[in-house]
Design a protein around this ligand. Structure first.
Ligand code: WT7
Length: 669
């Protein structure tokens, strides 16, 4: 076969016509009342092993566990369901085939509304995942190997993720907005040997040349042996002999191997409960992203349990999580949680504002979506277009709304409630993190009460505590009955991160060493007298920009790469749509005279080093930075100035050069 010829093939097999709704399949662990929540919460704290083994009974195991939980936060070491054998894809796919085989697992809505929708049934998903697993095996991928996945939001991305899980390879999905340099660092850290990518990806009006970014990332790489390329955009690509192969060709070969007389099989690898399922890189307060590692069994139980309970999923309902699979939200609530629950998961390739700001509402109307799970930043951005994009859109299929990624302000909450949910749909505000694997604090739709801008109550099994700087538990209440502190969790829940890839000590120092015997979230929080939590934002040097986590040190490193930059300091400031914007103070010594040109150059540098998501919104050139005599940058002052505060900057007398503060204040953008 000539290289590239299979790019002509378009896969038409993934279209089926849907007949009837799913027959009823109950979830024995689905809570149905506030009283039951309280009872289960109590049980989960008093007898976590009894509680979680009761939930885990309802999954498919090759062999059940010897012990439910072993843990200590000192090392840290956490094991859930140790001794059990399973494969998560048998839970996501195989066990549904007899009852849900012809029901939709994934409904894919393309970027371009004119393009054909693809409906992937559980049977079809099974076949595709078996093919991917076979394709990976044919190319030498084995259990434990790291496979980096850098693709757009096409169904093949879900097949790739599940195909890895089927053979026990550890996937590491990298969001399509990261730069070649970011990918190179991650490939290196994970010592990845395989990559699955696309020629390009469509996002709104843009066509992103993913394969070409991968080619740049691979310059100097020593570990990657094969790159599998799926055709999406027909963007010209350079295929390197011996390294790069076409997905379509390989899937054709695999098809003949997995399908005999119409029967599809590919035996799933038997995994230990604690075998790693995936690595997902996330930013922290240091310059280098961490590879958060999740295990197989605990992650499976938690994502499914929380999916079914938080959203109160009912069989047959269509769940639309608008995140990208490149982030944890997509892993847990587009792929693993919904599929384990036998749900129908909507997957959207595009963006909320293209071709116009009615795109979400069109999708909901067209597919009769029941659950919409999105980010506050998307809600605020859509709010800014007014109500016109909602005209003529039938949203009556919606039963449940959700938000994730950042605190939701009350204005956005009410807009969502009134205009999207028509005051009939409960809104779940789900607080969690890449490290937590799934929701930890959230109301349960229609079961436990919502409180605008509050994430509310902990899931069963989650024991939050608020501590002060010294790690002492805070219990005092202010005059409104509010307790305030740094948010920690006392004991492990099944999907807590197990390590940071290749560096367990880093996991310990980052999450388990700040406060003894506690998992530290990095967030500040309030608690009211009813026990509801409100997350107030990060208390470390991590920004949350449009729901994406970015470390200030990482952005500073990128800015400092620019030849003309001497030093920089990055802080967050309140941004109407993004939640937080990125404000950079830069000392520049280059010869370029024009500020705007310098800014463009710096933005280009940041885009090259991290990706467009880390571009500063504001760059202020300064002659110095406020530093203590020991040389530490006083970020508190810079943060206040960026926030527009000019008066109460606190004590500046300990600064090396107090004069610099006035200069910075006067030059504020
Ligand atoms: C950080 C985690 C969880 C998936 C998406 C982000 C913030 C997340 C909420 C919420 C207030 C929230 C926290 C957290 N955050 N959800 N409902 N209310 N803040 O995952 O990139 O790992 O970021 O996002 O600050 O620590 P992530």
């Amino acid at each position: 076969m000539q290289a590239g010829c299979s790019r002509q093939q378009i896969n038409t097999n993934d279209v089926v016509h849907l007949s009837h709704k799913n027959e009823c399949m109950a979830y024995p662990y689905q809570l149905t009342s506030l009283e039951q929540y309280k009872a289960d919460y109590k049980k989960s704290v008093e007898d976590p092993e009894g509680f979680w083994s009761g939930v885990a009974e309802h999954f498919q195991w090759r062999k059940k566990w010897d012990t439910v939980l072993n843990w200590n936060f000192k090392e840290p070491k956490v094991e859930w369901f140790a001794g059990a054998k399973l494969n998560i894809t048998e839970n996501c796919i195989d066990r549904h085939l007899a009852t849900l085989g012809e029901k939709p697992a994934i409904i894919w809505e393309p970027n371009n509304p004119e393009e054909r929708v693809r409906v992937v049934t559980y049977n079809r998903l099974h076949k595709r995942v078996c093919q991917v697993a076979q394709m990976l095996k044919n190319n030498g991928v084995k259990k434990g190997d790291r496979v980096c996945i850098y693709m757009g939001m096409v169904p093949e991305l879900a097949y790739a993720v599940l195909g890895c899980a089927r053979i026990g390879a550890i996937h590491s999905v990298i969001f399509g907005g990261f730069s070649a340099q970011s990918i190179a660092d991650r490939l290196d850290d994970a010592k990845a040997e395989y990559i699955i990518t696309c020629d390009g990806a469509y996002r709104g009006g843009k066509d992103i040349p993913l394969k070409s970014v991968i080619d740049d990332a691979l310059i100097g790489n020593k570990t990657v042996k094969k790159v599998i390329v799926y055709t999406r955009t027909r963007t010209p690509v350079s295929m390197i002999k011996g390294r790069d192969i076409w997905w379509e060709d390989e899937m054709d070969i695999a098809e003949d191997q997995v399908e005999k007389n119409g029967v599809v099989t590919f035996p799933a690898e038997e995994m230990d409960a604690e075998d790693p399922l995936f690595i997902l890189y996330t930013s922290g307060s240091t310059g280098k992203p961490k590879g958060v590692v999740h295990s197989s069994a605990g992650y499976m139980v938690w994502t499914t349990y929380t999916f079914v309970n938080v959203f109160q999923y009912k069989p047959g309902a269509i769940h639309f999580c608008t995140a990208d699979i490149g982030w944890i939200t997509g892993h847990s609530y587009i792929v693993y949680g919904p599929l384990c629950a036998g749900a129908t998961s909507m997957m959207f390739e595009g963006i909320p504002t293209w071709p116009d700001a009615g795109r979400f509402w069109d999708i909901i109307d067209k597919h009769k979506v029941n659950i919409l799970y999105t980010a506050p930043t998307a809600i605020r951005s859509l709010m800014s277009f007014g109500l016109e994009p909602l005209q003529g859109k039938d949203l009556s299929s919606l039963t449940t709304l959700g938000t994730v990624g950042e605190p939701i302000n009350e204005e956005a909450w009410h807009w969502y409630d009134e205009n999207i949910g028509k005051k009939k749909c409960p809104i779940v505000d789900t607080w969690w993190q890449t490290e937590t694997g799934g929701c930890l604090i959230s109301n349960f739709a229609g079961i436990t009460p919502a409180k605008p801008s509050w994430a509310t109550l902990p899931m069963p099994g989650v024991q939050p505590v608020l501590v002060d700087e010294k790690g002492e538990e805070v219990t005092e209440k202010d005059e409104h009955g509010i307790t305030k502190g740094n948010l920690c969790i006392k004991a492990p829940w099944p999907s807590i991160l197990r390590t940071t890839y290749g560096d367990h000590e880093r996991c310990r120092t980052n999450y388990f060493a700040t406060y003894e015997n506690l998992y530290f979230t990095g967030d500040g929080a309030l608690r009211d007298e009813q026990g509801n939590y409100r997350i107030t934002g990060r208390v470390d040097d991590v920004l949350n920009v449009s729901g994406h986590r970015i470390g200030t040190a990482e952005v500073e490193n990128a800015i400092n790469m620019h030849a003309g930059v001497v030093e920089s300091a990055v802080v967050g400031y309140p941004h109407d749509v993004k939640g937080q914007g990125i404000y950079a103070y830069v000392i520049y010594n280059g010869h370029h005279g024009d500020d705007n040109l310098r800014r463009q150059d710096i933005l280009l540098t940041v885009t090259r080093i991290i990706g467009p998501i880390a571009k500063p919104d504001k760059i202020q050139f300064v002659s110095g930075l406020p530093k203590t005599r020991s040389g530490k940058i006083m970020r508190r002052i810079l943060r206040k100035i960026a926030e527009g505060e000019t008066e109460n900057l606190g004590d500046t007398t300990t600064l090396l050069d107090p004069g610099v503060v006035d200069e910075i204040k006067n030059g504020k953008l």
